[in-house]
Design a binder for this molecule. Structure first.
Ligand code: ADP
Ligand code: MG
Length: 334
């Protein structure tokens, strides 16, 4: 698969601050990428390098196969950007904001008007198209800024904190729209955010950045596998008898026993890694989730009656916290 965005050792040093210390990211075309990290991590600096606003101090950034610094004019024609500080012309009507931007991007007036109409419709602003932006809610203004970033049909869209300052409902609305944009048009979207729930719902892949370094990147599943060496599954049974407990502990990841909430232990006395919420619910460590079907077969063979089987999944928030809490260094090279 082709990459829409690639960086190699991308670095930026300001007068004093080493804002980016050489980052390598790969973003497949047509996917949504989440760039996550605390304030000051280097997210906005990265966006500014990728969009040709800043020149790197080291390394390279390629967008759509072009050098973001050397070919910045061409890059800017093919990308859309919503910066952290973007604002509309408040005194102008929503539609005029879009038409003016369209013309700045080289669209003829007629084409700009037509495109503005489509976007206003898509973003649910059609009825207010002729009203001044100063009368709009924060969510509506943000939607208009998004529409503006799309006026010239960009192939790649950069969104720096697109939901900051929005209430949860408005934020949700904006996110749904962003998702629609990517799915329909096979557009690549690069989103900076520190809203992890948002990123989990929206993004195909993420990278976590802190103090100018990428700590880890990949899909949620890839990050989970790297950070937690073993998988786990929770099995709820009608009853855990000795036969079932025996079968399960033979199966469970080596050298570990199984424990129920009642504290009963069946097999392997040391390094008890499995705990459970109730006597009939087992939390079982495995080498991988691919063992689940065999485990289930084993339990059934032992006469166990299964009510539910749930692989343990970690949220992006847990992944992020684990990376931020250290242990991220060995993952930096991915
Ligand atoms: N123009 C600039 N001049 C000097 N330092 C800057 C400039 N822009 C960003 N920085 C510094 O670079 C670091 C990364 O900032 P930034 O990329 O804005 O982080 P983020 O977007 O992740 O919050 C911060 O320490 C910030 O103070
Ligand atoms: Mg920022």
């Amino acid at each position: 698969m082709g990459y829409a965005i690639e960086t190699d050792g991308l670095a930026k040093t300001f007068a004093k601050a080493e804002a980016l210390k050489g980052i390598d990211v790969r973003i497949p075309a047509g996917t949504i990428f989440g760039f996550l990290g605390p304030n000051g991590a280097g997210k906005t600096t990265t966006v500014r390098l990728l969009t040709g606003v800043l020149k790197p101090s080291g390394g390279q950034a390629r967008v759509l196969g072009l050098d973001a610094a050397a070919d910045s004019t061409e890059v800017r024609r093919r990308i859309g950007v919503l910066t952290e500080t973007a604002g509309n012309y408040e005194r102008l009507a929503a539609r005029d904001n879009l038409v003016i931007f369209g013309q700045l991007y080289g669209l003829k007036k007629v084409a700009a008007v037509e495109r503005a109409g489509e976007l206003l419709k898509f973003f649910g602003l059609e009825e207010r198209a002729m009203e001044r932006v100063e009368t709009f809610s924060t969510g509506m203004k943000k939607r208009l800024l998004l529409a503006r970033a799309l006026i010239h049909e960009p192939e790649v869209l950069f969104l720096d904190e697109p939901t900051s300052g929005l209430d949860p409902e408005a934020a949700h609305h904006v996110l749904e729209l962003i998702k629609g944009l990517c799915v329909e048009r096979r557009r690549t979207v690069f989103i900076c955010t520190h809203n992890l729930d948002e990123a989990q719902r929206l993004c195909d892949t993420v990278a976590v950045i802190d103090a100018g370094r990428v700590l880890a990147q990949g899909t949620l599943k890839e990050l989970e596998e790297k950070l937690w060496s073993r998988a786990e599954v929770v099995v709820e049974l009608e009853e855990v008898n000795a036969r079932v407990a025996g079968a399960v502990s033979n199966f469970a990841a080596e050298g570990r026993g199984i424990e129920t909430a009642a504290g009963r232990e069946a097999g392997g006395s040391e390094g008890v890694a499995a705990a459970a919420a109730a006597a009939n619910i087992l939390r079982i460590p495995l080498r991988s989730h691919e063992q689940i079907p065999d485990l289930v077969a084993e339990i059934v063979r032992a006469g166990g009656r299964i009510r539910a089987v749930q692989p343990v999944k970690h949220s992006l928030e847990e992944i992020y916290m684990k990376l931020m809490g250290g242990g991220g260094d060995e993952l930096a090279k991915h």
